[in-house]
Design a protein around this ligand. Sequence first.
Ligand code: BDR
Ligand code: CA
Length: 322
Amino acid sequence: RKKLILNCDPGTDDSVCIIMGLTHPGIDLLGITAESGNLPASKSCANALRILELMERPDIPVAKGMEHPLVREYPKDPYSHGKDGLGNHFFPEPELKPDPRYAAQMIIDLVEQFPGEVTILSTAPLTNIALAFMLKPDIIPMVKEVYHLGGAYGVTDYAFLNATGDNPMSEWNVYVDPEAAKAVYESGVKLTTIGLDVAFNPEWVNIREEALKKLEKLNTKASRYVLEIIDYVDKNNSLPDLFNNGPIDTVAMCAVIQPDIIETREIHVEVDTSDNQLTRGMTLWDRRNHFKWTHIPRIWTACAIDSERYQRTFVEAVGGKP
Ligand code: BDR
Ligand code: CA
């Protein structure tokens, strides 16, 4: 089983990722770290605990992360995940308590406990992971791999459609904390990014009728919640004309579960950490091959996904037969 730390900001789609991490037999969810992204970390932490209560899994530790990005103000999320961040489910205050450690410390401890074995998936900004790498750089080569739902690479037409309000070029998770993204992207850790090119392409990631039927048939607590979130995302997504009902971050979770469902290309990526409001947080790569930016470590970025297998992995990760 793949040992996983999930760094997330639930958030509707992140809450589905938590369920998938708990339910899929191939994943051993070691811990959850709550990031400031769609909601500040104190709120995303409480929401992660609410999902563990829903799933009756008090055994999974949840550690709260930084309330703010590394060096910047925390920006206001232009799109809504509902008043409670969970598609207006309004679950009660959680009785479960967070782990007493800070998120970065829990990341360090778990990587040191299982050297070479831990996959970290961030479906949120990278503040907690950058901080862990800065506090203890020795853990970087001990991390098996990092996956990030983040960035927009322009390898498909959908790259910039979830860009953030007045900034047309940047994907939200990188935009929130570009310094943290830069630190992790340039850390030398084995990194796979799944950008909006793939995760926001409705032809690939919309959850189709067949998968919805399988989820309905399952009729478990998990599947009912996931269907409600799909319905919420469908009715409230920022670009209704695209009919995007896919919970974006689940694309990255499914890629962690089945890495060969995505096609990747190897590139050198710079993150724009300037104060230019138009491009801050943009993930740039040099397509002029003869000027390779070899001073920046390579990363693997998704350029396509096997849509059929994504649908099957999605259903399987919610507890169904693929
Ligand atoms: C990211 O933005 C958030 O709304 C989603 O949870 C996802 O992590 C995509 O840009
Ligand atoms: Ca997210």
